[in-house]
Write a protein that binds this ligand. Structure first.
Ligand SMILES: NC(=O)C1=CN([C@@H]2O[C@H](COP(=O)(O)OP(=O)(O)OC[C@H]3O[C@@H](n4cnc5c(N)ncnc54)[C@H](OP(=O)(O)O)[C@@H]3O)[C@@H](O)[C@H]2O)C=CC1
Ligand SMILES: O=C(O)CCC(=O)C(=O)O
Length: 419
């Protein structure tokens, strides 16, 4: 079956079924985990600057909270492709991600089907505040916490937090994470954490396969929060980042780009299209002859249709869900390791957890401490997955999901929930 168009939830369910077959877990638990506990759909009306009124659809999928509240359950996504199926799939991956990192949280995902580039800053603010009002009953610091994701950043979650706080009648910083650090209290190092974890895991993978990171050529799709931070760190560790992209354009230079000197999509939109280097399309970037390909933009970009043309020797998933189930199987047959999203990009949610610890103690950690603790947690998770994987006959993704499922299954059994 060609699953190029497979939805995130369909991919997530097939991955779940395949991983579950390798471990001893109640089939009823697996059936339960195929579905979210709750899916909220809301209408978000919006008056544009020219006075026209439009209504957008927003979603909040709450997948599973057996190990803790839907807290940290994935960021707020503003993108034209957002739909209920995508949010459910992303919320499932978030449940696995929190369990792989052994964080006491469940998984959720919020999004609105909108292209934020068509909205002025004032409109985005009104829009975000209205979304927070619509979700008021289902979110909260002990219930369900948001963070930024594609199309949103610290400013949007600050507005979300402010709108929620005004409705509650008290400042409630814990309803979101990754707020602007110095202004309204947030852990240092959070913004760069997902990209940092991708870089840490990429380095661990190169060590595992006895490659030298300094000899590695790397192509990164997406030059936003995840892409820029991944590129800058890997470049700093001596790797050659030869290609990066934004939505309409990719650049490729075999001599290596200089990511440190390039501003990211938040810092300067259209940085990539304005950069003086040979051009490629986004599709061509995925097929470049590089050692490591790091898709860090949208999902479902590595599919049965293009996987045979992918020449990278390793895939590290910076984005959530970039590889379809069919493409995964072909990579496995060809011996191309795929380091899954739920491990590689888990730095964001891990620092969200650190943020909660700092919030409880009203004491901020230094940036160096955040970096050190993140590295320790990432390498601990890498080791847990490696132990599960070695000699098991599972793919790396199966092994990663298996680590998560065992922890989730244990929690369900200990709590005595039917499912
Ligand atoms: N931010 C986070 O905390 C985390 C994010 N992730 C995942 O990483 C991915 C990227 O997120 P993030 O970096 O935050 O997002 P951003 O919005 O910061 O950046 C997204 C980047 O992807 C590019 N892009 C958008 N659409 C496409 C497309 N159709 N094809 C190719 N490139 C595209 C954008 O280009 P342009 O600049 O032109 O718009 C931009 O460079 C997502 O899958 C997200 O779920 C995972 C873990 C944590
Ligand atoms: O908690 C965060 O920083 C957001 C994490 C996130 O969106 C993700 O891991 O997909």
């Amino acid at each position: 079956m060609d699953v190029a168009a497979e939805s995130a939830v369909a991919t997530a369910r097939r991955q779940l079924g395949q991983a579950a077959a390798h471990i001893d877990i109640d089939g009823g638990v697996i059936d339960r985990l195929k579905y979210p506990t709750k899916l909220q759909q809301v209408s978000v009306p919006l008056r544009r600057d020219d006075g026209t009124l439009e209504v957008f659809t927003g979603y909040r999928a709450q997948h599973d909270d057996v190990r803790g509240p839907y807290k940290e359950g994935g960021g707020l996504r503003y993108h034209p492709d957002v739909d209920a199926e995508e949010c459910i799939g992303l919320s499932m991956w978030m449940t696995w991600k929190c369990a792989v990192m052994d964080l006491p949280f469940g998984g959720g995902k919020a999004g609105i089907t909108v292209d934020p580039k068509t909205l002025s800053d004032g409109v985005v603010e009104r829009f975000t505040r209205r979304f927070a009002e619509e979700l008021r009953d289902v979110v909260g610091p002990k219930r369900d916490v948001s963070a930024p994701d594609m199309g949103t950043g610290p400013q949007e979650v600050a507005w979300f937090m402010d709108a929620y706080s005004m409705q509650q009648g008290e400042t409630t910083p814990g309803v979101v994470t990754r707020k602007p650090t110095r202004v309204i209290g947030e852990s240092y190092g959070h913004e760069e954490a997902p990209g940092r974890s991708v870089a840490i895991v990429t380095r661990a993978a190169t060590e595992y396969y006895d490659w030298n990171i300094e000899d590695a050529t790397i192509a990164i799709q997406g030059f936003g929060s995840v892409g820029t931070n991944t590129a800058r760190l890997l470049d700093g560790w001596g790797a050659d980042v030869v290609a990066v992209s934004e939505v309409d354009s990719a650049i490729y230079d075999l001599d290596g780009l200089n990511p440190e000197s390039m501003e990211g999509h938040d810092e300067q939109p259209d940085m990539v299209s304005g950069y003086n280097a040979p051009r490629r399309t986004n599709a061509e970037l995925l097929e470049l002859d590089v050692d490591i390909l790091i898709p860090s933009a949208v999902g479902t970009v590595l599919t049965a249709e293009n996987v045979d043309n992918v020449r990278a020797d390793m895939i590290v998933e910076g984005a959530n869900g970039p590889t379809t189930f069919a493409a995964d199987a072909i990579f496995e047959e060809c011996g191309v390791p795929v380091i899954p999203d739920i491990l590689a990009n888990a730095g964001g949610v891990t620092v969200s957890y650190f943020d909660g610890l700092q919030d409880i103690n009203r004491r901020q950690w230094s940036l160096q401490r955040v970096h050190e603790e993140l590295e320790e947690e990432m390498l601990k998770a890498w080791d847990a997955v490696r132990t599960e994987y070695e000699g098991s006959g599972m793919t790396r993704r199966d092994a990663t999901i298996a680590v998560a499922l065992s922890r989730i299954g244990d929690a369900k059994e200990m709590r005595g929930l039917c499912l």
